[in-house]
Design a binder for this molecule. Structure first.
Ligand code: NOJ
Length: 558
């Protein structure tokens, strides 16, 4: 097993992490300033969401220049300082590699526009329109058409925002270009990459019209999702880079299937070390995607458990390694999404953390979750997320939703929920900045902030510190077998983690009600608990709302 598998990764979305030059925007100085704080969470890597030069239509995921730092975030010199300061603390920096598309202000795109014979035209998908319409009926993953008009009868493929043009990976120069970008950053000392939507880099040959009945995300499967060439192209690029560098790699697997996952992240011969799947993130959405509200965003713990079971039980004997996460910059805050962000906020933040950190795989956490940050209600004029803004219109025009319902749907799912500034203290602007931040600050910062939790032994923050240190001391939690117990229980998720050295039993009440359950195992010794010392182990145990506990069943001292 690669040693990197036994890591804890912390994701930073820099714009909202910490501002040090007082312009209301987070920056590299802020990341450097907080390295000691981050180390108290026992992390091994920081995944930095994009910090390259960007027009900010999709806040960094529309890259103008992969070889320089966005001036708002700092300078290359500061970046080098970040690398070396992080190294001193045994923290590696993981860059976001956005290789499916560049921005339409990127040099390649601008050169492509210069002339119809430009060799750069084949870096992208430029196509003539058909009968006065787009070249095909594909749709953007942000809603609306998957094409952007660039002249009277010509379009370019933009599967995200109109300012993000899809790269044509068929072209060897594109693959070479990405290889060089990766080598550039590895030479500067980065530890690896998180590959943005890497499973959609190959598009169905001939770009045929999609089946008109395949709407929303459904269409991705047949036309862009993990097509055979995606594996070949990615293999070529990583093989080339691996000739010179060893690096950490995690891929974003939008709508990843298990079959595809097994081709990306084989333990013994990984294309990428690990992948993120989306099944938990989309548990409460309809098949058309995040804004498909027809399930009314309802889900049950049983649904949740069956997804977990599928990825944990089925995959462990199949040479597969995976990345686990509950939150990131694209999803609502998990304490609001899956837990209770009001009455049991503290308990549920701890219970969900217990879950995420005790699964087989590599755990990822997202800035602010360690203090239990919650979703924030933003009014329309406060929205920054391009996906939300586009989909607000799509919900009204294509789905015929009244504006007030469309607004509610967006408020529930907008990525802005995860992007409000990190709440460092109860001071003005939450200690994030001394000026008004670029995006609304969650008004609950006076109550929920790092400063107030730092010295409280029962805080969520200190629970994360204990839990992460516990995970580091118990490799069984990373690598051990995962065996579910109490599988039919409607409120509790419970499992045993076991290797040749020890066996731990994890039991978590994911509901807001006290629950009872029975276990046949003999009494165990509690070694870590989120709640009050619970009832002694007997055949009818009682669990408080959102209580998680790890019990030691047996330890082999040899
Ligand atoms: C996935 C990223 O996580 C998201 O933030 C971005 O908007 C899209 N990919 C497009 O790059």
């Amino acid at each position: 097993m690669k040693k990197e598998f036994a890591s804890i990764v912390y994701q930073i979305w820099p714009r909202s992490f910490k501002d040090t030059n007082q312009d209301g925007i987070g920056d590299l100085g802020g990341v450097i300033e907080k390295l000691d704080y981050l180390k108290t969470l026992n992390i091994d890597y920081i995944w930095l969401s994009p910090i390259y030069v960007s027009g900010n239509y999709d806040y960094g995921y529309d890259i103008d220049d992969y070889y320089d730092i966005q001036p708002e975030y700092g300078t290359m010199e500061q970046f080098d300082t970040l690398i070396s300061e992080a190294k001193k603390r045994d923290i590696g920096i993981i860059m976001d590699m956005v290789a499916n598309h560049t921005s339409t202000s990127h040099e390649w795109f601008l050169k492509a526009l210069e002339s119809p014979d430009s060799p750069y035209r084949d870096y992208y998908f430029f196509r003539k329109g058909k009968n006065g319409k787009e070249p095909n009926n594909w749709i953007s993953l942000f809603g609306g058409s998957g094409w952007t008009k660039i002249s009277d009868d010509e379009y370019v493929m933009t599967m995200w925002a109109p300012q993000q043009a899809d790269l044509n990976w068929e072209n060897p120069n594109v693959r070479q270009g990405i290889t060089e970008i990766m080598k550039f950053w590895l030479r500067r000392g980065v530890a690896g990459f998180r590959f943005d939507v890497i499973n959609i880099i190959s598009k169905k040959e001939g770009l045929p019209d999609k089946n008109p009945h395949k709407k929303g995300y459904q269409f991705a499967d047949d036309y862009i999702n993990s097509l055979p060439k995606a594996f070949d192209y990615l293999q070529e690029v990583v093989d080339e880079v691996r000739k010179e560098f060893d690096f950490f790699s995690v891929g974003e697997g939008m709508l990843l299937t298990q079959d595809a996952a097994l081709r990306y992240s084989r333990i013994n011969d990984p294309l990428l070390d690990m992948m993120f799947h989306f099944e938990l993130a989309l548990i409460d959405c309809g098949p058309l995607g995040k804004y498909d509200f027809r399930k009314l965003y309802r889900w049950t713990i049983k649904d949740f458990k069956s997804i977990v079971r599928k990825w944990q039980t089925d995959m462990q004997d199949r040479d597969y390694w995976m990345a686990n996460y509950l939150s990131n910059h694209d999803q609502p805050r998990h304490v609001s999404h899956y837990g209770d962000d009001k009455k049991y906020r503290v308990e549920s933040a701890k219970a969900w953390a217990m879950f995420n950190f005790t699964l087989r795989g590599t755990p990822f956490m997202y800035q602010g979750e360690e203090i239990g940050m919650t979703d924030c209600k933003l009014e329309i004029n406060e929205w920054k997320d391009i996906e939300a803004i586009t989909d607000y219109k799509v919900l009204q025009t294509m789905m015929k939703l009244p504006a007030f319902i469309a607004k509610k749907v967006i408020q529930k799912k907008t990525r802005d929920n995860a992007r409000t500034p990190v709440q460092w203290s109860g001071a003005t602007y939450a200690g994030f900045s001394s000026v008004s931040p670029w995006i609304k600050l969650n008004p609950n910062f006076t109550e929920i902030n790092v400063e107030s939790q730092a010295n409280d032994p029962d805080s969520i923050l200190n629970f994360y510190r204990k839990l992460t240190s516990f995970v580091k001391d118990h490799p069984v939690l990373t690598f051990g077998r995962w065996t579910e117990i109490l599988s039919d229980h409607p409120h509790i998720i419970a499992y045993i983690r076991e290797d040749e050295h020890e066996k731990l039993r994890i039991i978590i009440n994911l509901s807001d009600k006290p629950v009872t359950f029975s276990l046949e195992e003999p009494e165990g010794t509690d070694i870590l608990t989120t709640g009050k010392e619970g009832a002694p182990y007997n055949s009818k145990m009682v669990f408080a709302p959102y209580e998680g506990r790890i019990s030691e069943i047996k330890r082999n001292e040899s």
